[in-house]
Design a protein around this ligand. Structure first.
Ligand code: 5GP
Length: 131
């Protein structure tokens, strides 16, 4: 099992932001900004565009709910969405609260946040998602 599948299964710890039977959302360990979240299918699939149409639609609808929760927890202009998948071969959507387009630059230095801060951020998003 790959690292993200293990995270979704709870075998590797993560800062949980949202979940349902099929999908899981957690904080990126090297965030571009506070609230940078990854959304994944629990099942292992590498390339997002290999997903069947129905599954991809449900994935995006789940990501939308997570984005709404992120925006409520971390007021921003918009939540940006990006798909790269160059590092981890398990489909994932990056959700990034943006104040400007600069926040979507993956070449930016990453934030280094304490475990307490990460937990606080994830809990805030989880609380909004659960409303
Ligand atoms: P990508 O595959 O989209 O190019 O990059 C993978 C992303 O996943 C990166 O932003 C990286 O910080 C994040 N990432 C890689 N390994 C882990 C991990 O073990 N835990 C978490 N929470 N994030 C990870």
């Amino acid at each position: 099992m790959g690292i993200f599948a293990k995270i979704a299964a709870g075998e590797i710890p993560s800062y949980k932001c949202a979940e349902n039977d099929e999908f899981y959302a957690f904080l990126d360990i090297n965030p571009l900004v506070k609230g940078h979240t990854l959304v994944i299918p629990r099942r292992e699939v590498d390339y997002i565009f290999d997903m069947e149409d129905d599954e991809l639609a449900r994935f995006e609808v789940f990501a939308k709910k997570v984005a709404v929760a992120i925006k409520a927890a971390f007021p921003c202009v918009k939540v940006g969405q990006a798909v790269l998948g160059l590092e981890v071969p398990h489909a994932h959507i990056h959700l990034i609260p943006m104040q400007s387009e600069k926040d979507m630059n993956f070449a930016n230095p990453k934030l280094s946040l304490s475990a307490e801060e990460m937990k606080e951020i994830a809990d805030k998003i989880y609380k909004e998602f659960s409303k």
